[in-house]
Design a protein. Sequence first.
Length: 259
Amino acid sequence: MSQKEIDVNKVDKEFMSTFARGLQVIRSFGTDTPSMTLSAVAEKNQLSRAAARRFLLTLQKLGYVSLEDKKFRLTAKVLELGYSYLASLDFSDTITPFMEEVTYQLGESCSALVLDGLDIVYVARIPRRGLIPLNLQIGARLPAYATSGGRVLMSALANQELEDLLHKTHFEKLTAYTKGPDELRQELEQIRANGYAIVDQELELGMRALAVPVLDRRGQARFALNSSSHVSSVSLDRIVDEYVPIMQNAARKIADVLP
């Protein structure tokens, strides 16, 4: 949550800005800043040193951050915050076996991901050897507009919700093939009709990705299944003819067991 979002929500009497700032402090730790001094935390979150100190000491007492050599860092206990969400999807016992079957059939990794704001977030992953060099561990985020999973989930949004998302999206030309907003709108219509999305070297050169939606009992997209391949290992025709049916079959099986 950005500083602007917090300021806007101050007018909402039901909104707890202090709690929101605490979550903002947790989210400020990342790949670029795995550990920070008190001053760095205060600066990054636009807080006074006194306020940052209170947040950090509270998080430390709760076990979510540790302090060493005057630097704070997150602890493994933070994973508990996300585990409740993963448990609600029941990946370990119910969904993972279907993903493992996809990996076996395709010889490729299979991932499950959800749409979170302008990004997709990986919530489960069955890897294979020789992975394409992207950092796609659970919790990894990628821009929705340039990913097959993001496009599948975007295509499932109501028109106004989709337009709001596209308006907020910063369209960066990640490769020479990355589509802009006008091209993307046309493609999303096609994805709705086809029931799958293929992204061909738009996120990273050499990578092709396929995604299909997993629908709940109301017919709404709960999350997406994704598989990525190198362009040298599979053609677009083969993805459509062989990979799509396998992925869609897995999605139907998962949909049948979703609560």
